[in-house]
Design a protein around this ligand. Structure first.
Ligand code: MSP
Length: 539
């Protein structure tokens, strides 16, 4: 368990502002939000950082292609696309960093000066291939031979576009000196790079031996100037990786910002796509080792959303905007779909057919309908007021046991960032509650002698009361467990259950409380409410 005083600090990559966000970017952000909301629900203190990467050649060229300055370009895209998408996705970030902010630029200059003073940086010449799409120096051995589209030209293996040959005078970071220390880190802390496939890839790469890293460019000026030589700008990845510390107060002169850095650093988890694993698992810890700073707890690499077997991207015109899907299905269903259907760490894809199928089957019929049926029966038989239950039998004890196991399994899955497994564990309770209602048949029990009084109201303490109270308990549990995944539906359910006046705010319920039945008191007022997942209009 995390130290109570140290908040759980999780980051997303900062996204290039060369274009608007697509569902590939949203995938990482939603995963980060679900994980941090889960920790918030545990009542831990949490910090979620996200933001944008605004410097570098890639962003500069997009601005040029659009006939505006890079600053105008990023200001417009951040305001019109990157900030609004946080709301579209229903993401609750604690901070949003932009690398053109003074708090970042000043702290980066401090870090560079520190490394320079420590003798970690020297001047040299770089000659070799560079992919602007990756903003990365490439090794000749990792390039692909030309394609039909680009005959005879070496191509970036990710972007499948020609690399550019650079020949520049640059500043270098002595990264090669960290080869052994990095290998020792992966060995002593297997959790540092996860999942295992990512860890193996990184170890294999570093074992080949590291080269020193060129950290400046002098053929363009859209970047942070090297403090001792303003004819160079900092290599965009060196700039970008530092956001994880500059955003929380590293290098600030302000005492409150510095105290925040002390409280939050090191990050618990850097969540990244597998395309940017090496930057985070090799360059970043080497930078921190050079500066003598604590290392993050984990770099977790998830897979890609694929289109036609290739990584979805804007450059290949395969990007879909999150709003294209959310306008039809809503943000809850969107979050649920991507987190439930793709095993976190592996690749996945999106299809309208699959999404529609799961929306109708799992969300509308499985979960939403469960809530409306229970609410309707409490309304019909008890005037919407939860009765006193009778004694729990095997079926009731069985359902309570499913809830306890769902909580234990989901907790364990979330701790290893197996988000899909955590949601599947929660869903065992949705399914078991539906089975419970089918088995107990409250509408039949209501017809049995002694279950209704002379005025046609259900009596307290009978079997009808027991089954409806038990089903309501399952719903209470589900509201808590699904609050991190489908926060709007969970809030709707909490409202429908009338739980807030008797148990307090949904956000204040612990995950552990979801595993214990017998919490909603008799007298709780349950209303029908709106459908949690309205059926989709047929098209
Ligand atoms: N700016 C750098 C990151 C700097 S972090 C210090 C960058 N930006 S990016 O916008 O190109 O991509 C960032 C992340 O977006 C990827 O690592 C990944 O998390 C996510 N994705 C972008 N396309 C994706 C898919 N097709 N599928 C899944 N995630 C993808 O790299």
């Amino acid at each position: 368990m995390p130290d109570a005083a140290k908040p759980f600090y999780l980051t997303t990559p900062i996204y290039y502002v060369n274009d608007a966000p697509h569902i590939g970017h949203a995938y990482t952000t939603v995963a980060a939000d679900v994980i941090t909301r889960w920790h918030r629900q545990r009542q831990e203190s949490v910090w979620l950082l996200t933001g944008v990467d605004e410097h570098g050649e890639k962003v500069m060229r997009s601005a040029q292609a659009n006939g505006v300055t890079p600053q105008e370009w990023v200001d417009k895209l951040v305001a019109e696309a990157w900030l609004p998408v946080q709301d579209t996705l229903d993401v609750r970030h604690d901070d949003f960093i932009r690398t053109t902010e003074p708090r970042h630029e000043q702290a980066v200059a401090k870090f560079l000066n520190d490394l320079h003073d420590k003798g970690e940086i020297y001047e040299g010449a770089y000659e070799g291939p560079y992919c602007v799409g990756c903003e990365a120096y490439m090794l000749p051995g990792e390039l692909l031979a030309g394609s039909d589209e680009y005959p005879g030209q070496p191509l970036c293996p990710i972007h499948k576009r020609p690399v550019e040959m650079l020949a520049e005078q640059n500043y270098f970071f002595k990264m090669s000196a960290y080869t052994d220390r990095l290998l020792a880190l992966y060995e002593e802390h297997p959790e540092f790079v996860q999942p295992a496939s990512a860890r193996n890839e990184v170890i294999g790469f570093v074992k080949q031996g590291l080269q020193d890293l060129s950290i400046s460019r002098n053929t363009f000026d859209w970047g942070i100037p090297i403090p001792w030589d303003s004819t160079h700008v900092l290599y965009v990845w060196f700039d970008a990786l530092l956001n994880y510390m500059t955003a929380i107060g590293y290098g600030s002169d302000e005492p409150t910002a510095r105290a925040q850095f002390e409280r939050l650093w090191p990050a618990n988890v850097h969540l990244v796509g597998k395309d940017i694993l090496r930057f985070h698992a090799v360059i970043w810890p080497a930078m921190l080792m050079a500066a003598g700073l604590p290392l993050p707890g984990q770099v977790f690499a998830h897979g890609w959303l694929l289109v036609g077997g290739e990584k979805m991207s804007k450059t290949r015109l395969t990007g879909i905007a999150p709003a294209d899907i959310i306008d039809t299905f809503g943000s809850d269903a969107y979050r649920y779909y991507f987190m439930r259907t793709i095993s976190f760490g592996g690749d996945g894809s999106f299809s309208w057919e699959d999404m529609t199928h799961r929306y109708n089957g799992e969300l509308a019929n499985g979960f939403g309908n469960l809530a409306s049926r229970v609410a309707a029966m409490v309304g019909k038989y008890y005037g919407g007021v939860l009765p006193v239950a009778g004694e729990a039998g095997d079926l009731e004890k069985g359902l309570a046991a499913v809830a306890a196991k769902a909580v234990a399994d989901a907790e364990a899955a979330m701790d290893r960032l197996a988000i899909h497994d955590a949601i599947a564990a929660v869903w065992t309770l949705v399914d078991a509650a539906n089975v419970y209602i089918t088995e107990t048949q409250p509408w039949q029990v209501a017809k049995e002698a002694g279950e209704m009084d002379a005025d046609g109201h259900g009596v307290a303490g009978g079997r009808l009361a027991t089954s409806l109270v038990t089903a309501a308990e399952a719903l209470r549990s589900l509201a808590v467990l699904l609050n991190p995944v489908t926060p709007k539906a969970a809030a709707g359910l909490w409202e429908l259950l009338g739980a807030e006046p008797v148990l307090g705010a949904l956000d204040a319920q612990t995950i552990a409380s979801a595993g214990q039945f017998g919490t909603l008191p008799p007298g709780t007022v349950i209303t029908k409410g709106n459908a949690l997942f309205p059926r989709l209009a047929e098209d």
